[in-house]
Design a protein around this ligand. Structure first.
Ligand code: ZN
Length: 126
């Protein structure tokens, strides 16, 4: 059995629930010293971007107005385009591009989560 198939089988056996969140394909996942990250490069970017934003808003005030919400959707667009064009085999992305579009998307998603939280729990948006 090839090394690639071994790795794929290993990742598939790591937990079925987490596979709903990330495909964890080895060729789309970063690895350090032969050890793969638990999520793919795009999801790595999403997590880093989102948690960086959450740390930022812990220390600095962010006004969640219409422009902030529109900006969050704009930040999600590169990741969406990168993912959807790859899904339909229009082009092949690479891990660095996946990481950077994921970083932008993570910030956009985190803004939406914070805005949604304010809207639901405090009803204090707009
Ligand atoms: Zn992923």
């Amino acid at each position: 059995m090839s090394e690639k198939r071994d790795i794929t089988q290993h990742l598939k056996n790591q937990g079925q629930l987490s596979r709903f969140f990330c495909h964890r394909m080895p060729e789309r996942t970063f690895k350090i010293n032969g050890t793969y990250f638990p999520v793919c490069s795009r999801c790595t970017g999403f997590y880093i971007g989102a948690f960086s934003y959450f740390i930022y808003v812990y220390f600095y005030y962010v006004d969640y107005n219409l422009m902030t919400i529109i900006s969050s959707f704009l930040l999600l667009i590169p990741s969406f385009i990168d993912g959807i064009t790859q899904f339909f085999n229009l082009r092949e992305s690479n891990n660095i591009l996946r990481l950077f579009t994921g970083l932008l998307g993570g910030v956009g998603l985190a803004i939406l989560i914070k805005a949604f939280k304010l809207f639901i729990f405090l009803n204090s948006i707009f």
